[in-house]
Design a binder for this molecule. Structure first.
Ligand code: IVH
Length: 668
């Protein structure tokens, strides 16, 4: 009884909270929590209502869909209700879905499905009469939406007239209006420049654009459309979802090419993994996959619940946004002296990773987003990208938040910071600033520099703190004995470290130049310089005019290179590097023509015929690279006995998987 009392109270809270967030999301296009957090509230409500069915009240959010229509548009009643979808969050729950189907339709031996990307946009209904687009509306509360016909007419992907000789008398097409990432970023950039508030994500941007009362404004927004259904299959007389998508395409709609026919649940799961792996690379956002029973006959028999059909579910992807609190702002000094503000956040889990820091880029960005210490903020992380703050949620401010102030002095060395003309960054111009030094060292050994394995960020910080490495040549003077004695090091790691350092001595000129971190000389420019000058000596002897004659090199770059090589301290350092055996030259480029050049492998499990170290050596000798974990650059996974979780991940990423025999063939 007490339980029930508590459930009643909690349900009341949840209803209130959800109603508030529904209004923020559906009517104001300004959510104050991430979708994943909303889903969690909703799920808690559904779970409680399942436990106590008699506590379900008629105005529970479980009994309706979305928001009430805005007052400013005329309302439209949908002939057939526009439903919502039940969410599932794990592959296991997909099996539950199939089990429910089988239980409901006892006689159906098996099901086939269509699995489609779940577009993260706005659901609309388009009514065609005798082939002409006559009415378009938002989903609204599912029964009654807003008439946005004029706005929808501005979207090129929505045909005004259906193709074909014999159009259906009535056709009600449902689909998603969305904005692609490029369009979204461009729009936000323009809004930022005009001092207008930014949209949190493409979905909000699409929704805000569709809700313009002045359709000329909508017309300027880069909106797109994919159809995914019709209100009543008899309007086209087709028997399956697959057939329907084909017919929609024949009628002139662009249909999402990532929709798949899946003859069994195993293929559905496979497509889910496939979509998840390609998600970040798509030029529009998807937040999951929708699985539909393919047969309209079975769909009809399965029917609907209050707000969702029984024949479809949405498999949601792990979230990429969450809300949390901005606790502090740190200022980091980069290798060029640029001071970057970094947000320190109350730790929050986003898509399975705990996020406690986010980049803020520069002062301009902090101002534009009007961030204040203590703010609740929306944080976003996608793939391997550094997390960033999307926006502060100004409506949740209490008045005690403190604007972020930029420092006047370098937090590392105390030197006065300057802002050079035309630059966004504040800069420490002290040539001896220890923070800049350490960053330069980290850059030198890092991936876009010499790429010395084992000399990552942490190790370099340790070597710097121990004063063993204070400039570049010190790296090449390190010995196994020295490294061995450091905390966290052992004989083996020290040996590996020293041999990785030695191996980097024969480096291509381009890589070496990019590792030096000369201002305005990145990997591309370094490549141009190598192409033209071949050796370091020739480059150092080049006049400004000679530099300028290289296509792709302008005043700023040429000036920076001349300044760099004109500095006696630099010349001294390069001289020491040479004495220690560092010989950058174009001749070292040959490496890239080796049999395994371009190949990046990861090992998992134990090989029978090779030790892991030997196998790695072989790959490297043949010009390949060895990585320790899977990422987008990895091309092959070599799988020995008892492989770990990497195998599954590799399959998801579409990496080629070789067993030991395959590996043997590969290297012979
Ligand atoms: S089918 C009755 N297919 O997801 C089921 N919906 O939460 C109707 N959505 O309102 C929906 N992509 O806005 C379906 N390929 C897709 C979808 C899709 C996105 C959205 C749609 C719907 C919401 C349901």
């Amino acid at each position: 009884m007490e339980d029930k009392q508590a459930a009643w109270e909690r349900l009341r809270q949840l209803r209130e909270e959800i109603a508030y967030h529904d209004r923020r999301y559906y009517e104001l296009d300004q959510p104050v929590i991430a979708d994943s957090e909303y889903d969690r509230l909703f799920r808690e409500l559904l779970d409680l209502e399942r436990l106590f069915p008699d506590l379900v009240v008629s105005d529970s959010p479980s009994q309706r869909v979305g928001g009430a229509p805005l007052e400013k548009f005329e309302t439209v009643q949908h002939r057939h209700a526009m439903l919502s979808l039940e969410n599932v969050f794990a592959e296991g729950e997909l099996r539950d879905f199939e089990e429910r189907l089988s239980r409901f339709l006892k006689d159906a031996p098996r099901f086939d499905y269509v699995a489609e990307p779940k577009m993260d946009g706005l659901a609309v209904e388009l009514v065609y009469e005798n082939g002409l687009f006559v009415l378009g509306s938002t989903r609204g509360d599912g029964r009654i939406g807003e008439n946005i016909t004029r706005n929808l007419r501005t979207i090129a992907a929505i045909p005004r007239r259906l193709q074909g000789e014999d159009p259906p008398r009535l056709l009600e097409v449902r689909g998603e209006v969305f904005m692609d990432r490029a369009g979204f970023h461009k729009l936000n950039e323009e809004r930022g420049n005009a001092g207008e508030p930014l949209f949190a994500n493409p979905r909000n941007a699409a929704a805000g654009s569709l809700r313009q009362l002045d359709s000329r404004l909508t017309a300027r927004r880069p909106l797109d459309f994919y159809p995914y259904g019709i209100s009543d299959p008899s309007q086209l007389g087709c028997a399956t979802q697959l057939e329907l998508l084909g017919q929609l395409s024949a009628l002139g709609f662009k249909v999402n090419p990532l929709a798949r026919f899946c003859p069994s649940l195993a293929e559905v799961v496979g497509h889910y993994r496939h979509l998840l792996a390609m998600r970040d690379g798509l030029d529009y956002e998807i937040d999951g996959m929708v699985v539909k029973v393919n047969s309209f006959g079975l769909q009809e028999r399965l029917g609907n619940k209050a707000r969702t059909p029984r024949w479809a579910v949405a498999c949601k992807f792990p979230a990429c946004q969450a809300t949390t609190r901005l606790v502090a702002v740190d200022f980091q000094v980069g290798r060029t002296g640029a001071v970057t503000p970094v947000a320190i956040l109350e730790p929050v889990a986003i898509g399975g990773v705990t996020v406690s820091r986010a980049t803020l880029h520069n002062e301009e960005e902090v101002r534009r987003k009007d961030l204040r210490l203590g703010d609740m903020v929306l944080v976003q992380r996608a793939g391997d990208v550094i997390p960033e703050i999307v926006q502060a949620i100004a409506d949740l401010r209490t008045g005690s938040e403190i604007p972020v102030a930029m420092p006047g002095l370098c937090p590392a060395c105390g030197h006065v910071l300057v802002r050079e003309e035309g630059e966004a960054a504040l800069r420490c111009v002290n040539a001896h600033c220890p923070a800049q030094r350490l960053r330069s060292l980290i850059h030198f050994t890092g991936k876009s520099g010499m790429d010395i394995e084992g000399l990552g960020r942490k190790v370099m910080a340790q070597l710097f703190a121990e004063k063993l490495v204070t400039d570049l040549p010190d790296i090449y003077a390190l010995t196994q004995e020295t490294l061995e004695q450091l905390e966290g090091w052992a004989a083996k790691s020290a040996e590996n470290g020293v041999s990785a350092i030695a191996a980097s001595k024969n480096v291509s000129l381009a890589r070496f130049l990019s590792a030096l971190g000369i201002r305005h000389v990145g990997e591309v420019t370094a490549g141009l310089l190598e192409e033209r000058f071949q050796t370091l000596e020739k480059l150092m002897a080049a006049s400004r005019e000679e530099l300028l004659s290289v296509e792709g090199i302008g005043e700023q770059v040429a000036g920076s290179i001349s300044d760099y090589f004109g500095d006696p301290a630099v010349l001294n350092m390069l001289h020491r590097l040479r004495e220690l055996g560092v010989e950058p030259s174009r001749a070292n480029v040959e490496k890239t023509e080796l049999p395994l050049s371009g190949v990046v492998v990861v090992f998992t499990g134990t090989l029978a015929a090779f030790s892991r170290d030997e196998a790695k050596e072989i790959v490297k000798k043949l010009g390949g690279q060895v990585a320790s974990s899977l990422n987008r650059k990895v091309t092959h996974l070599i799988c020995g006995d008892k492989p770990g979780s990497k195998l599954k991940k590799a399959e998801e990423l579409g990496v080629v998987v070789l067993d030991e025999q395959g590996f043997q063939q590969f290297i012979s």
